[in-house]
Design a protein around this ligand. Structure first.
Ligand code: PLP
Length: 473
């Protein structure tokens, strides 16, 4: 494809993109294909000769699109959102066109300096302390892994990375039983052993019990185990629970333990001053991750890690092979020293374009509306005689189940709700996922897709209720 053809084709593709987004509601939200069918429609061998671009686009529509689940559909209520927006898509097109590698200041000064400024903007938009320094990572999993690596190094006085783990004392990490599995993965990767991840019990609102945390820390200390980090969650994946940061922070402060906060989903709500109750205690926090690529209208991937002590982060990751040295070393920030990966995408551009094109107020309105819709949905479900809300709705995630009065046994209810979810999702009209809370199969209505309106939520609730009541007849 030469550049004239590129220009022509790219215009066609932009039309395709706008059409797709205008007509997205005509697609089933969740792809309805069966496993293997897409692969079976693809040739087993790559083409020897170039294919015409129109032919490729035809195949995109014919072969690929049926196997797409439409995450940007306003009736997408599954998992957490992975939002997009026109400004973000345009930024991604420019990023792809520029094709930068943003590992060093010198490999694109604009990328480093825009990232620095965007992290300051976001820090202030979230109401985080001025001492926090931010860096963009790909995902919350990698942000949490990075934070725990720093905690491990701090716990071993920066010896573990030199001498390995065999000389260290046993170390432990703490999180609640509702924490995301990325904490389990990170603990496996940092080499302290998964057995040394302590899952602390939760209270009736699914928040970590600080008294149990301290008891476990004291038991570990008595056994000669070094507690290196606590991961508290603001907005758990299952039900959006909020761990008590102040109480946990006091414990961490007493024992000199790194406090990392996983706010991957709910951190976005911090752009609303009225939601900052959830980070009361932030002064105890050493690091915090939030994912603009979830609830803000910023395309995946874009995870922001904020740390109070960037020197520890840098000391953990910096490495200076000859081929990466530049004449600016020591004068500029090289983000490659702030994380695991060397090569980095130009992710700050989409933050810049989205924040500018919405304005802080526009973003606040978007998030405030989602929270409002969720609270209304929660009240609506709670007012039904045959539905039950299973956890407080702090953000925009509603957790509930269908519970007809004549069914009492938990296994019967679990089966009924499992069947209900299958039926709802195979309708293609909306897409939800589930979790299990205290042994109960729980439906999650995660509101927050960029274009979801109050009407979409109303239609979703009607569909859920009528399907539920029809499931029994
Ligand atoms: N933490 C929480 C609370 C999450 O809900 C999720 C994903 O939904 C993650 C971490 C992992 O996020 P990522 O896919 O960015 O690694």
């Amino acid at each position: 494809m030469n550049l004239d053809e590129f220009e022509k084709n790219a215009h066609e593709v932009v039309k395709w993109m706008a059409n797709y987004l205008k007509n997205i509601e005509s697609f089933p939200v969740k792809s309805q294909v069966s496993p293997g069918s897409i692969k079976a429609s693809l040739p087993t061998l790559p083409p020897t000769l170039p294919h015409n671009f129109n032919e490729i686009m035809d195949d995109l529509n014919r072969v690929i699109m049926p196997g797409v689940t439409h995450w940007q559909h306003p009736m997408f209520f599954a998992y957490f959102p992975a939002n997009s927006s026109p400004a973000s898509v345009i930024a991604e097109m420019i990023t792809a066109t520029l094709g930068l590698q943003c590992m060093l200041w010198e490999t694109s000064p604009s990328a480093t300096e825009l990232e620095q400024r965007m992290m300051e903007w976001l820090r202030d938009m979230f109401g985080l302390p001025q001492q926090f320094t931010g860096v963009i990572q790909d995902t919350a999993s990698i942000s949490t892994l990075s934070a725990l690596l720093v905690a491990r190094e701090r716990g071993s006085r920066f010896e573990a990375m030199k001498r390995g783990m065999h000389d260290s004392t046993r170390m432990a990490v703490y999180c609640s039983s509702e924490a995301h599995s990325s904490v389990d993965k990170a603990v496996r990767v940092i080499g302290i052993g998964h057995e040394n991840l302590r899952k602390i019990a939760v209270d009736e609102n699914f928040a970590m019990r600080p008294e149990d945390l301290e008891r476990q820390i004291l038991e570990d200390l008595a056994l000669g185990i070094t507690p290196i980090a606590v991961v508290a969650t603001i907005g758990t994946t299952g039900c959006g629970a909020v761990d008590p940061i102040t109480a946990i922070g006091e414990i961490c402060g007493r024992h000199g333990i790194w406090l990392h906060v996983d706010a991957a989903y709910a951190g976005t709500a911090l752009i609303l001053p009225e939601m900052r109750w959830s980070i009361e205690g932030i002064n105890y926090v050493d690091s915090l991750v939030t994912n603009p690529h979830k609830w803000l209208p910023v395309n995946f991937d874009c995870s922001t890690l904020f740390v109070r002590d960037p020197e520890s982060l840098q000391r953990t990751f910096e490495i200076y092979p000859e081929y990466l040295k530049t004449s600016r070393d020591g004068q500029v920030q090289d983000f490659r020293n702030f994380g695991i990966q060397l090569g980095r995408r130009f992710r700050a551009l989409k933050l810049w374009m989205v924040i500018r094109s919405y304005g802080v107020t526009g973003l606040q309105n978007l998030i405030r509306n989602h929270i409002q819709f969720a609270n209304e949905a929660c009240q609506e479900l709670a007012s039904q005689p045959d539905f039950e809300v299973l956890a407080p709705c702090h953000f925009a995630l509603v957790t509930f189940r269908y519970h007809p009065k004549d069914i009492d046994d938990e296994e019967g209810l679990n089966q009924l709700n499992r069947k209900l979810l299958d039926k709802i999702n195979s309708s293609g009209k909306l897409y939800m996922t589930h979790t299990v809370l205290s042994g109960r199969y729980t439906l999650r209505l995660s509101i927050g897709q960029t274009t979801t309106t109050r009407d979409h939520v109303r239609v979703a609730l009607e569909e859920i209720m009528s399907t539920a009541r029809g499931t029994r007849t």
